[in-house]
Design a protein around this ligand. Sequence first.
Ligand code: ADP
Length: 327
Amino acid sequence: NSIIIPELAKEPVEPHINLRPQNFDEYPGQERICENLKVYTQAAKLRGKMLDHCLFHGPPGLGKTTLAGIIAKTMDCQMKVTSGPVIERAADLMGILASLESKTILFIDEIHRLPANVEEILYSAMEDMRLDILIGQGPTARTVKFDLPPFCIIGATTRAGAISAPLRDRFGIQEHLDYYTPAALSKILLRSAKIMNTHLEEDAALLLSKRCRGTPRIANQLLKRVLDFALVSNKVTIDCDIINQSLNRLGVDSEGLSLMDREFLKIMEERYQGGPVGLEAIAAALNEEKSTLEDVYEPYLVYRGFILRTARGRMLSDSGKMHLNNI
Ligand code: ADP
């Protein structure tokens, strides 16, 4: 069934090494969210009920899928994974919902990309645990009600604003995941290094943690590349030296910005004198999808204050200009 994605299929590189935390204690960062989720999952278990539907929003790679997996483990539930863009027809979603076993968590990634007619199916399913199936057409059409077993939907999105109000209102638990602090990322990197049987020095972990865009997925990806460089140069221990060398070769600068991030800032400065400029114009100049800039690159540049979003368009901030001048 191609509509259900095999669990954890998103893991990009070296799938045989699973760096995903399996419980809340292995998941540094997002402490407030984790503490609350521990309470909600415990309360649901005490009541013998399923957890309320959850919506996690925030930039890619911050741990939304991982959190859903941890919830499933904590609740002793199985988790099925799917994603908004692969569910094209209402019948696809009905099929998924009708085949859910009791106490299943259905994780829907990129839930903001569900087509409107598919989304409507979710309303009664989430609220009344029921599917209303229309059979036939015209005057003879009738609705058959189909009760669903207890289940929980966990939706993930990079764009909370793109979710319609009726759908958003049906999630009893809504949390925004923010970029990680260097301290939390350091812990993640030290844990990953241990899983990969490598000795990562603490100051090297901190150095790397400051240059991975506040994002665990990027932290782990950079660590894997650093390990490649270390292995080939016969280094057994990962120290600041090899981190600096590797990041330079990867084009990651002192603030953790990638080549693409810098191109983004440069175009604003060189072609638009720092703005204001629309995202469409920047996307065209970079030959990149506007949605990719909006979901992947821009949020971190705004978070770091390199770009300002104004009513008239994007503007390069003074710190953005300063960063460009320093590199
Ligand atoms: P998202 O669903 O938000 O795009 P994922 O849950 O797929 O992000 O996380 C990306 C990767 O980052 C995962 O492989 C996981 O190993 C790692 N990761 C994310 N959050 C954490 C965390 N808090 N602690 C440790 N690793 C994490």
